[in-house]
Design a protein around this ligand. Structure first.
Ligand code: ISL
Ligand code: CA
Length: 566
């Protein structure tokens, strides 16, 4: 048995590690079929080590019909043939370990694929699978059992001819929800988690973890967005399942968990991660990525650094520990979102790195973020693969949204923005594939690519690497407290101070970020009365040195160092 914790000197390694999310389809193809795979990942482990990555979150690699790119699992105990084999996977874990990198798996406990043999048996009422999923008879009028709506739009209920009942799917109709009130399902899923721990993974990113256990199937209250979630959001049943999972399965392996959550408040997140309750180590939340959105990712409004700092502070202060991600495979590229993907692309990408790596918590970098990749230069819906984009477009058509508005919304919200292949080189195929890529490669691969940045001083890649090194050596950045200092529409500043019980000496850092394309005066809020008293710049994204200036340049980011009492 190879379990990672055997070689782990400290149990809470994940507090100091920097994580890197791999979306395998788009990371590196090794055999020319246009789809990234596990041997491709292995071939890039050296550069992840060089960047300073301590752990990889691997998006799903299980057998899947790929209705939702692997988030529809058809076998929880194997590897999809397009990704490789179980041997390749074991090899990945071993090769990563040799480089000091741990692997955490993405685990989708809420739903499987409708092509999973469990579901096929369930619709035929074959034991023990009859009640593995959530089945309900039709309402008296023959319609769906309630008015809930799916995360991917429309009703959550799909009629099944074979069984003569409706089944529930919070996501796509090809993703039926598993039934957590069935003890057999609970036991099965614990065993699935154990299967991968036995293969040496260091933990899990649990997909939509706070919706597993449904409390009732009554109608949902009327809302603009998703209807019905008050019946399944972060229920006591889910808490109870997580406590069992941790005590019985995760704890013996010292495994780490980050749960992805939807519609969650800092209070509920606190309950999920509070050490004493023994559920999850940490959670992903998305409040800080929606300050320029009215409804989830769809309806835009102006960016406000003030709103951003307010939301960050709520989570930074409420949670003992945070998992911090600014991008993932569902979100737009952060440089196209909060940054400037035009003239100031490099500088704003570095500002964003400064933000990510100086917050309190464990930072997650999404593949391509470290070279400042931008949103997909999509030209038409036919180029898109994302099931959600197609569903939302169909819904907007039904409501007679004009084509230009539909396209505007799709372009800024489509999850394919972050799913285009990683741009390794400027060659055709971008060093990602020798074949036809499954999703188009962004034309800007000619100028934005890994080869032109790796080990090149001043590149975005080098900036990430250097700041990861700086963070790793700073007790304050690793463990210190967080205090908001100042914010307005485009400027934000916060402070990291040594933790009260910090054994090692370190400075207090003030981080100042100018989220806009024009320069900004700084005083008087940083109250530097005389030149001599001004704090020193210890880090800059434009090569600035010396003391705090009066003015920040467009998209400038600085870290100021101060003695502890400042
Ligand atoms: O992107 C979203 C919809 O607009 C989010 O609500 C997203 O669906 C939610 O964060 C859950 O995401 C996770 O589970 C989904 C999968 O499609 C996503 O890729 C995954 O990250 C269903 O498994
Ligand atoms: Ca391949």
């Amino acid at each position: 048995m190879t379990t990672t914790h055997d070689s782990t000197p400290e149990r809470e390694w994940w507090r100091s590690a920097v994580f890197y999310q791999i979306y395998p389809r788009s990371f590196q193809d090794s055999n020319g079929d246009g789809i990234g795979d596990i041997p491709g990942i292995i071939s890039r482990l050296d550069v992840l080590r060089d960047l300073g990555v301590g752990a990889i979150w691997l998006s799903p690699v299980y057998p899947s019909p790929q209705a939702d790119n692997g988030y529809d699992i058809a076998n929880y105990r194997d590897i999809d043939p397009t990704m490789g084999t179980l041997d390749d996977f074991d090899n990945l874990v071993a090769e990563a370990k040799q480089r000091g990198i741990r692997i955490i798996m993405d685990m989708v406990l809420n739903h499987s694929s409708d092509e999973h043999p469990w579901f096929q048996a369930s619709r035929r009422r074959e034991e023990p699978y009859t009640d593995y999923y959530i089945w309900q008879p039709a309402a008296p009028d023959g319609g769906p059992p309630n008015n809930w709506t799916s995360f991917f739009m429309g009703t959550v209920w799909e009629w099944d001819e074979v069984r003569g009942e409706y089944y529930l799917h919070l996501f796509d109709r090809k993703q039926p929800d598993l039934n957590y009130s069935n003890p057999a399902v609970v036991a099965e899923m614990k065993d699935v988690v154990r299967f991968w721990l036995e293969r040496g993974v260091a933990g899990f990113r649990f997909d939509v973890i706070n919706v597993l256990s449904k409390q009732s199937y009554a109608d949902g209250r009327p809302t603009l967005v998703i209807r019905g979630n008050e019946h399944y959001n972060t229920t006591e049943g889910t808490h109870e399942f997580l406590r069992q999972l941790r005590a019985e399965v995760m704890e013996p392996y010292g495994a780490f968990s980050v749960g992805e959550t939807v519609f969650i408040t800092p209070e509920e997140a606190q309950n999920l991660t509070n050490k004493a309750r023994g559920e999850l180590d940490t959670v992903f939340y998305f409040d800080h990525l929606e300050v320029d959105r009215v409804i989830a990712r769809y309806v835009p409004r102006g960016f406000s650094a003030h709103r951003l700092l307010k939301r960050l502070t709520a989570w930074q202060e409420r949670l003992e520990w945070n998992a911090i991600a600014l991008e993932n495979h569902d979100q737009p590229r952060i440089v196209s979102h909060y940054g400037d993907d035009g003239v100031y692309r490099e500088r704003s990408a570095k500002l964003i790195a400064t933000w990510l790596l100086t917050m309190k918590g464990t930072p997650f970098i999404y593949q391509g973020q470290e070279i400042g990749m931008t949103n997909f230069d999509m030209t038409g819906l036919d180029q898109l693969n994302d099931v959600e984009s197609h569903n939302i477009d169909a819904l907007m058509q039904r409501f007679r949204f004009p084509g230009s508005l539909r396209w505007y919304i799709t372009r800024q919200a489509s999850r394919d923005n972050a799913r285009t292949p990683v741009q390794w080189t400027s060659e055709p195929g971008a060093g990602f594939t020798d074949g036809q890529p499954w999703l188009p490669i962004n034309a800007n691969a000619e100028t934005i690519n890994f080869a032109s940045q790796v080990e090149v001083p001043d590149s975005v890649w080098s900036y990430y690497r250097d700041l990861i090194t700086f963070r790793a050596a700073s007790p304050t950045l690793l463990r210190g407290t967080f205090t908001p200092l100042f914010s307005d529409k485009t400027l934000m500043a916060y402070r990291r101070s040594p933790a009260p019980d910090e054994p090692e000496a370190d400075e207090t850092y003030t981080i100042v970020l100018n989220f806009c394309g024009y320069s900004r005066r700084l005083s008087p809020w940083l109250h530097a009365d005389s030149e001599a008293e001004r704090p020193r710049i210890v880090w800059s994204n434009i090569g600035r040195a010396g003391v705090l200036p009066d003015k920040l340049e467009p998209w400038e980011a600085i870290i100021l160092g101060m003695p502890k009492e400042a």
